[in-house]
Design a binder for this molecule. Structure first.
Ligand SMILES: Cc1ncc(COP(=O)(O)O)c(C=O)c1O
Length: 380
């Protein structure tokens, strides 16, 4: 298989564990094992203590699949297969796509969502997001225009990484309607689901609304547990689930036994975990909005609707890639430039889910104040 390097993951591989400050992570502050155990219910603690470290069921632990099914209205435990989120993307694209299929993919996008279809030999139309009136925007007409008789799949991701874009329900329903009209699959990456910033902004999972939709969700972002490596696919397409489990035989075969029990524990504490993350994001979002609008000559703040990231424009004519390089070298602050998402323009991502976000903003401010003179000279 020929596949391009995953720029974002390679970037994190360089900086994530060697840099003092991360301004751009997409996950929320990780839970400790102790926190998870301290708040566990008796039944999952019993499963934890009696756990035998054998192979596990290929589709996922039956109790875990039951817990997962509670998120959905039209999905039963049998409509779920667990997998590492990244693995779920890989096996689903391989199960559904073939060479010369046409795929429409929102842009910018988490790279594997476009790179795996490209490696299979699909032709791709990018459904490009644009900024409009201080927000990110997706044009439905562009989607209609992109669809051809060869279109097999539409790939979406709401709330969106990196922009935090979240369409209104009406627009989401239109997207589903277009897919249904043309009989195409929707792969809906919902990794940031439940992290909506406003009341009544939560979208239903696509798999609940459309028989040819595949919803991806997991514990890496919303649940503060990326180290568990637990995610899942929910879909009403029974035949697809069989194909996914056959492909999983060539990736991980089955989930990790301890991770499955810890995942059950986490899902049974979902209200508390979710509330803590929403509170942290609310607080950081407020600080980010204030900081980036205060420095309005330097930045254009683009308000996210959900998720744990925002995608901000750097205004001066300075190459954002060069700037991020300088900041990481001089201040040990890692920032992901838009170029890592192959998105043109001077954008960068900030992550709103971590405890030290405000400290990092403070450090960033010190950097910009120190460099003020150079910025007014419009070169760096
Ligand atoms: C939109 C999106 N989908 C999928 C993933 C993959 O999740 P994981 O790293 O837990 O495999 C990520 C991770 O950043 C993501 O942002």
């Amino acid at each position: 298989m020929k596949i391009n390097k995953f720029k974002l993951e390679r970037y994190f591989a360089i900086y994530e564990f060697s840099t003092k400050y991360l301004l751009s992570p997409s996950d929320c502050e990780s839970l400790t094992m102790q926190e998870l155990i301290d708040n566990a219910d008796e039944d999952s603690l019993r499963m934890w203590h009696n756990l035998k470290l054998g192979y596990t069921e290929s589709m996922g632990h039956p109790v875990l699949r039951e817990e997962i099914a509670r998120f959905y209205n039209n999905i039963e435990a049998d409509n779920v297969i667990t997998a590492v989120p990244e693995e779920a993307i890989f096996i689903t694209m391989h199960a559904l796509l073939e060479e010369n299929d046409h795929v429409v993919i929102i842009d910018p996008v988490y790279q594997s969502l476009k790179e795996i279809p490209a490696s299979i030999g699909c032709s791709i139309t990018h459904w490009r997001m644009e900024e409009k009136d201080g927000h990110w925007h997706l044009d439905i007409d562009l989607l209609e225009e992109s669809i051809t008789p060869e279109t097999k799949m539409l790939i979406i991701n709401f709330p969106h990484n990196p922009t935090g874009y979240l369409p209104a329900l009406e627009k989401f329903n239109k997207i589903i309607g277009i897919a249904r009209k043309h009989n195409i699959y929707i792969f809906s990456d919902e990794m940031y689901w439940l992290l909506e910033h406003g009341k009544d902004m939560r979208l239903p999972p696509a798999a609940d609304c459309y028989e040819k939709a595949i919803s991806l969700f997991g514990l890496s972002k919303t649940f503060s547990l990326p180290g568990l490596r637990v995610g899942w696919i929910a879909t009403q397409e029974d035949e697809l689930l069989d194909r996914l489990s056959s492909l999983k035989d060539y990736t991980t075969i089955c989930g990790s036994a301890p991770a499955e029990i810890l995942a059950i524990m986490a899902l049974r504490q979902k209200e508390a975990i979710l509330e803590a993350n929403k509170e942290r994001i609310r607080d950081n979002l407020e600080a980010a909005r204030e900081f980036f609008t205060n420095y309005g000559r330097l930045f254009t703040w683009l308000e996210p609707g959900g998720g744990s990231t925002a995608f901000i424009r750097l205004n001066p004519e300075i190459d954002v890639v060069e700037l991020c390089k300088k900041i990481v070298e001089e201040k040990s602050i890692m920032i992901v430039p838009g170029e890592i998402f192959d998105y043109e323009g001077n954008y960068f991502r900030v992550g709103l889910g971590r405890n030290n976000f405000k400290t990092i903003l403070h450090e960033l401010e010190a950097f910009f104040l120190q460099e003020q003179a150079k910025f007014s000279m419009k070169n760096f």
